[in-house]
Write a protein of this length. Structure first.
Length: 549
């Protein structure tokens, strides 16, 4: 046994039972609040499906009062989520919010209402303009409402926003009162990432001692000082039995505690968390991380724990030598345990459909039927176009499928000429809402020329053109023949200001101009779809969520 594993003391507080640590994923709520990470309802549903495969315990699907779009997304997720996974909705302790949240999650197999109000003097004075007793009364009122509206079996969670900067005696009084009013979970948010692990553990211990027999104690840690995971783990050792986390640590400002870090710490260091486990299928972590990164456009830094590209890469000779002799020398978890397949070479022209299905399963994706046939055709076509089809190529093909949208603008053909020092000229032929259009434009490069040509083609038909706000390109794998993956963000020319609807589009091809056009067309079609739904009254900007802590 190593010196660390033999060290007692940091383990569980005496008197606090073992069991499971409930994993409450808030990627679709706090994660989506990260500036620029807005997702459409369909994209949120894709992420929720992956969270189901990951087997988290609770999916916090959104903040229904923020917008009709968020309401719809939460309700769709609530309807679809099964298998004992709860669906949570957030609400302020303010008339209107909890009612909207209850309406959205009522249909869930396991509804979980999450109401919150700030309790620190700084927030009370400057933000809510309320005194302590007023906040306490609102907290009790809306917890009681939730319990009455959803019944005895539902989970009613109360969060004291900015708990770690709240006067301790007052905070304890609030927690006691909400548990009396029917809260079954009390959450201790370190809203601004201010806490240090030892003091956060002590705070959690006080709450556990007070109400831990009647309610589940939860924690929600932000990463402003880079301590979110450490604080979360200290809280578990102090008796917290729910942790609020996000995939890739996405979230407001510096983000939230990352699901993959917390879950893998619990799994890798069992002596520090005796008799405690999570239900998470860790082999689904890599797929979840990639999907969230892909859909939000938030790249994962290469040295990010667990899910960074270098997390299992061994560069130096000494390390490589050790790994060859025995992987235990430098690896505390296996790549396979987080869903990274050991092999990198996957599909060739002679590979079969079953082989592809097995490989995708190893990579965390269960694909069958028509979807498998289509992926198979794409993978074989790719094997024709490049020497080696790698895991990363396959994952990129799977991800590209998640960006498919109903098409009212379809590309029929394009050409471009471009030379050193000169302007580029691009021509596109497309069908816009059934109308054949062919246009030409110049630009400062081939992509710019083609995007402008698309704009000229669609404007007379749709009444707007797309305005590009972001463009990113990356190679999916190494090698000169690598596929290029393009991300664009666009808005409509007629939609301006801070509340403007901004959508993303992805494209994938060994030809980067083709990939760029594909991404642009996905964005144009999303914008057009949004326009139609707005007219019908159902669609709301994906990033329109009201800003929360
Ligand atoms: O950070 C925070 O305090 C929150 C609460 C709403 C739980 O996100
Ligand atoms: Zn938060």
């Amino acid at each position: 046994m190593s010196s660390l594993d033999a060290t007692p003391g940091a383990a569980r507080r005496p008197g606090v039972p073992g069991g499971t640590v409930r994993i409450f994923d808030t990627t679709l709520r706090d994660g989506e609040q990260a500036p620029g990470a807005g997702l459409t309802a369909a994209e949120k549903l894709e992420v929720a499906r992956q969270l189901m495969r990951l087997k988290v315990d609770v999916i916090e699907a959104g903040f229904p009062a923020a917008s009709p779009g968020d309401f719809e997304a939460v309700q769709r997720i609530a309807r679809e989520t099964k298998g004992g996974i709860a669906v949570a909705a957030l609400a302020r302790c303010r008339d209107g919010d909890p009612q909207r949240a209850v309406e959205a999650i009522r249909v869930a197999e396991r509804p979980h209402l999450h109401v919150f109000i700030a309790t620190s003097d700084i927030h009370l004075k400057h933000k809510l303009k309320m005194d302590r007793e007023g906040a306490l009364a609102e907290a009790v009122r809306w917890v009681r409402y939730g319990r009455e509206a959803l019944g005895t079996d539902a989970e009613i969670e109360f969060s004291a926003e900015d708990a770690s900067r709240t006067d301790l005696d007052y905070l304890l009084r609030v927690y006691e009162a909400v548990v009396d009013a029917g809260a079954s979970t009390v959450n201790i948010p370190d809203t601004v990432g201010y806490a240090i692990p030892s003091e956060f553990g002590s705070l959690v211990g006080r709450v556990v001692d007070l109400v831990g027999r009647d309610a589940t104690i939860s924690v929600h840690c932000h990463n402003d000082l880079g301590l979110a995971t450490a604080n979360t783990l200290a809280a578990v050792q102090a008796g917290a039995r729910q942790v609020e986390v996000t995939i890739n640590g996405l979230g407001e400002r510096a983000g939230n505690a990352s699901l993959e870090e917390v879950v893998m710490a619990l799994r890798t260091r069992p002596t520090q968390f005796p008799d405690l486990a999570s239900h998470v299928q860790t082999e689904q972590i890599t797929a979840a991380s990639r999907l969230v990164s892909y859909l939000t456009g938030f790249a994962v830094q290469p040295n990010k724990s667990i899910v960074g590209a270098n997390a299992f890469a061994h560069e130096s000779g000494i390390h490589q030598d050790g790994m060859l002799k025995n992987p235990l020398t430098y690896e505390i978890m296996t790549p396979q345990s987080v869903g990274l397949s050991g092999s990198q070479l996957t599909i060739g022209k002679l590979s079969g459909r079953r082989g592809l299905q097995g490989k995708l399963k190893e990579l965390g994706h269960e694909v069958e039927g028509e979807a498998l046939d289509q992926l198979y055709r794409e993978a074989i076509a790719l094997a024709d176009a490049k020497k080696e089809v790698t895991d990363a190529d396959l994952l990129a093909l799977v991800e590209q499928r998640t960006s498919q949208v109903p098409e009212s603008v379809t590309l029929e053909g394009w050409s471009v000429t471009s030379s050193h020092g000169g302007q580029a000229t691009g021509t596109v032929r497309l069908l816009a809402a059934g109308e054949e259009r062919s246009t030409e434009s110049t630009g400062n490069g081939p992509v710019n020329a083609l995007f402008t040509a698309v704009d000229r083609a669609i404007e007379p038909v749709l009444g707007w053109h797309a305005v590009l706000t972001e463009y990113e390109i990356k190679a999916v794998s190494g090698g000169e023949d690598a596929q290029g993956q393009v991300l664009v963000r666009c808005r409509r020319s007629t939609d301006q200001g801070p509340g403007a609807l901004v959508v993303s589009g992805h494209g994938l091809s060994t030809n980067i101009i083709e990939a760029s056009l594909e991404a642009y067309l996905v964005a144009v079609n999303k914008l057009h779809g949004a326009q139609i739904e707005t007219v019908q009254g159902a669609f709301v900007a994906p990033s329109a969520s009201e800003k929360l802590p």
